[in-house]
Every structure is written in structure tokens, then in C-alpha cells.
Write a protein that binds this ligand. Structure first.
Ligand code: HEC
Length: 439
């Protein structure tokens, strides 16, 4: 450790001599920070210019040294992800040296041209579905996940090769998931199409959540379809270059799951939309998002480190495209391990500081082919103590439920399967029917 620090000090001292904002810092901010730190985006202050950045020099140094910024939650020892946001050691050294040198501006001639940000769609959608009317997000307070059911009107099975969510008002939209709810699914059955819907709280903790019930009964193949998280534009959700697409079964509804945050400044209207590029022909592979869920837990009051497990086994060979941990406000960490039929095993993803506020999808750098009988093993912990600042009630025994004060243990795995594969037969779950349960 001591050597490391000495080496670090040397490196930054060597750099310190002539590091300037225009030459060294601005290119780093453009590439790694401005997606969020520009007007209208989720970052609390813009970092577009010297005047923007100068007052924050010290907190920039602290944020990059602690790894708080850019936000990224995976343990670097496991997995390789194409959307890894971490700064290189060289960039961290440059930012630090700049701050230590008194944050000099430098020669205007060294300044790179400002980036041009795409304000419209980054895909060219064939069809667009919008929340039917604006929803007003209050100025203050905590806003529960709010749902909008929008009928697709698709009378035949429809294959989608790419999708993009356009948040209506980025100042209040924290993240969005659009799910596909096929006909017959009981999920959100009380929601009126087009109207804002917040599922009712069921008892002390919602064990009877429709999603858990659906999982037990083996019905509903609701599927997480596409998501928006701040700072990721544009993002490929699918892998069309591999001949894959996602399926919206005929007669399905789209369910917008909106996570709004009050920004404390003003109420804001949001009317978000989702656009799809439709496949010209049936694809070779179907991209399927499968939940590896366990709903049997009961987290004791006050427990700072309660452990949960879930597992499921692939009943056919699949190609893994992404991993997506999901828990709620008490979620603390999650690890996903693959156990192969050979007996070997591999940690695919470890998220030591899971944050409910940053729903992150981890895209495999290289799609990974795994054989039939590969088992997905999930270990997670919750912090139900009063020390967890997000914990809404440390005195509660917490069980599975849709609301953020309930909990979940359900990482999603995005896999490619043959396009005619039965989605109910891809994953085998212990003690339960093999349903494609989500969320
Ligand atoms: C994905 C979006 C995103 C990216 C990329 C991002 N930020 Fe942030 N940043 C945020 C948000 C949101 C906050 C406020 C909430 C928080 O602190 O988590 C924030 C807060 C900050 C703060 C205040 C930190 C604090 O300790 O309160 C600093 C400084 C900062 N960012 C610098 C940076 C720098 C420098 C980069 C690039 C190297 C960067 N951010 C990249 C979203 C982002």
C-alpha cells in the first residue's frame, strides 16, 4: 500500500507541472461526465466549461478518487462489461494533478471543440408509444414507482430489433423500464389503460404481490423489455448484429414503470415515450430477459446484513448478453455466479455496493455461450438497519413485493435462444415451474 501511494504521488507530481483544464481536463469531462453533467440531465451541475468546473475542482477530485464518479458499481475483479464507465488510472491522475496544481485554465488554443449532443432519437423508430398524457411530478417528496399501461394494439406477434426510451423530462425521470405484458397476465390488472397507477400496499409487506403469485402459478410471462437510465445515450439494448430480436406477443400491453424523483426546485410534467425498430423478417434468435427470483425470504427487523439466495438452471444452451441485478431500497450487494456442468464455476458479476437509485445493466463485452445445465447462483444481502439511509422502516419484517418498501431478489439475465424456443422452458427453477417471471 505504501509503495502504491508513493508511486501515485510521483506520477501526479510528474504530471502536475503543466496539466491544464483546456488541454487535459476538458477532454476527460467530455468523454466521461457530460452525458450526465449538462443542462437538462441528471447531474446536479453542468461540467461543460472551465467556469462550470472550476468551483467543483475539489469535489471532482474527491469523487473520482473514491470512485463515486462516474457511477459504476461492479467489482473490477469480475467480468468484462462493454458499458464499464470507470476512469482509467491515467485520467484519474490527470484530474487529481490539475486540482493539486490550483485548477489552471491553460491556453484556449488547447481546448477541444464542444461535443454535439443528440437531442432527439438516437435510433429511427418505426413505431412510437407515448404515455397518453403528461404526468405531473411534485416539487418535493418521495414518489413511489408509478405505472402506465399502454396497449400495443399489435394484432400479430411483432419482433423488435432495437428500442429506445425517450424520457419526457430528464429533470424528474430517474429511470424507466418498459415491460411487455402479454394477454392473460394478471399483473397490474387494476390499472386503467393510460392512467397513472401505484399498486396498493398489501399488509405489512406484500407477499401476495401479483408478480410472486404469477411466479407460483406459472402464468404471466411479463418481460422486462427496455430501460432508460440517466447518462446512457445512445444505448443498444439488443444485439441485432447477431440476428436477434425481442418479441412482443400479439395483443400485449406495454407497461411503463416510471421512477420519478422530485428535484426540489419545481414540479415538472413528464410524458415519456418508447420507440421500436421492427424486424423485417423473423430473427434467428430471440433475446429474452429472464428473472432468477427467490420470493421466500423474510428479512428480520434491524438486520444489517441479511443473506438471500436464488438459483436457476438453463435447460438449453444460451448466449448471455447482459446481467441486471435487481433489489429494492434495502438491497446491499449481489453476486452472480455460473456453475458449469463440468463442475467449474465463475463469478460473472459482483456488485459490492448495490444502489437501488442506480439500476444498472451490465453488458457482457463478449457474448458468452453457456451449455445446457449451467446453473445461475445468486447471493445477495440486504441492510434492514437504521444505518441504511434509504431504509423506509427498519422495524419491519420485509418480504417480496412490488413496492420499494417491499423487497425483491431478482437479477435478470439477457440471453439469446432459438427464436421459436418456448420461453417457459429456458430456465429451470428449483421447486417451481419454469416461468419467464418479470418483474
Ligand atoms: C451517469 C450519470 C453521471 C456521470 C456519467 C457522472 N456523474 Fe457526477 N453525478 C451524477 C449525479 C446524479 C450526481 C448527484 C447524485 C450523486 O451524488 O449520486 C453527481 C454528482 C457529482 C458530484 C458531486 C459529488 C458529491 O460527492 O456529491 C461531482 C463532483 C461529480 N458528480 C463529478 C463527476 C465527474 C468528474 C464525472 C466524470 C468523470 C461524473 N461526475 C460523471 C451523475 C453522473
Amino acid at each position: 500500500m505504501r509503495y502504491l501511494i508513493a508511486g501515485w504521488a510521483l506520477a501526479t507530481a510528474a504530471l502536475g507541472a503543466d496539466v491544464t483544464f483546456n488541454k487535459d481536463v476538458l477532454p476527460i469531462l467530455q468523454k466521461n461526465c457530460q452525458a450526465c453533467h449538462r443542462p437538462g440531465e441528471i447531474g446536479p451541475m453542468p461540467l461543460l466549461t472551465y467556469d462550470n468546473a472550476r468551483p467543483y475542482a475539489k469535489s471532482i477530485k474527491a469523487a473520482v478518487l473514491t470512485g463515486k464518479m462516474p457511477p459504476w458499481f461492479a467489482d473490477p475483479r469480475y467480468g468484462h462489461f462493454s458499458n464499464d464507465r470507470r476512469l482509467s488510472a491515467a485520467d484519474i491522475a490527470k484530474l487529481t494533478a490539475w486540482v493539486d496544481a490550483g485548477a489552471p485554465e491553460g491556453d484556449p488554443k488547447d481546448k477541444p471543440a464542444p461535443l454535439a449532443w443528440t437531442e432527439g432519437w438516437s435510433i429511427k423508430p418505426d413505431v412510437v408509444f407515448e404515455m397518453p398524457k403528461p404526468y405531473t411530478v411534485p416539487k418535493n417528496g418521495t414518489i413511489e414507482y408509478t405505472y402506465f399501461v399502454v396497449p400495443s394494439g399489435f394484432t400479430q406477434d411483432t419482433w423488435v430489433t432495437d428500442a429506445e426510451i425517450r424520457p419526457g423530462n430528464r429533470a424528474v425521470v430517474h429511470h424507466v423500464s418498459v415491460y411487455v405484458r402479454p394477454p392473460g397476465s394478471p399483473w397490474m390488472k387494476d390499472a386503467k389503460p393510460g392512467e397513472a397507477y401505484v399498486p396498493p400496499k398489501r399488509g405489512p409487506s406484500g407477499v401476495s404481490a401479483p408478480s410472486a403469485r404469477a411466479a407460483e402459478q406459472g402464468v404471466a410471462a411479463n418481460e422486462w423489455f427496455v430501460g432508460y437510465v440517466p447518462g446512457i445515450t445512445p444505448q443498444r439494448y439488443f444485439a441485432p448484429e447477431m440476428g436477434s430480436a425481442k418479441l412482443i406477443p400479439a395483443g400485449s400491453d406495454l407497461v411503463f414503470e416510471m421512477h420519478y424523483t422530485a428535484n426540489g426546485k419545481a414540479a415538472g410534467d413528464d410524458q415519456s415515450k418508447v420507440g421500436f425498430i421492427l424486424a423485417k423478417e423473423a430473427p434467428k434468435y430471440r433475446l429474452l430477459t429472464l428473472g432468477v427470483a427467490d420470493a421466500s425470504f423474510a428479512i428480520p427487523p434491524g438486520d444489517p446484513n441479511y443473506e438471500g439466495h436464488a438459483s436457476a438452471t438453463f435447460d438449453q444452451p444460451v448466449t448471455v448478453i447482459y446481467l441486471q441485478p435487481h433489489m429494492h431500497m434495502r438491497g446491499k450487494d449481489m453476486e452472480m455466479r455460473f456453475e458449469y456442468p463440468t463442475g467449474e464455476s465463475e463469478t460473472m458479476l459482483k456488485v459490492p455496493n448495490y444502489s437501488y437509485l442506480w439500476q444498472t445493466i451490465y453488458y457482457e463485452k463478449e457474448p458468452l455461450r453457456v451449455p445446457k445445465n449451467t446453473k445461475v447462483q445468486v447471493t445477495a444481502h440486504w441492510d434492514n438497519s437504521a444505518n441504511n439511509p434509504l431504509n423506509p422502516d427498519p422495524t419491519a419484517t420485509v418480504r417480496w413485493g412490488d413496492q420499494s418498501w417491499d423487497e425483491m431478489l431478482v437479477p435478470f439475465v439477457g440471453v439469446l435462444v432459438e427464436s421459436n424456443a418456448d420461453p417457459a422452458k429456458v430456465l429451470r427453477r428449483p421447486g417451481g415451474p419454469a416461468v419467464n417471471a418479470a418483474p
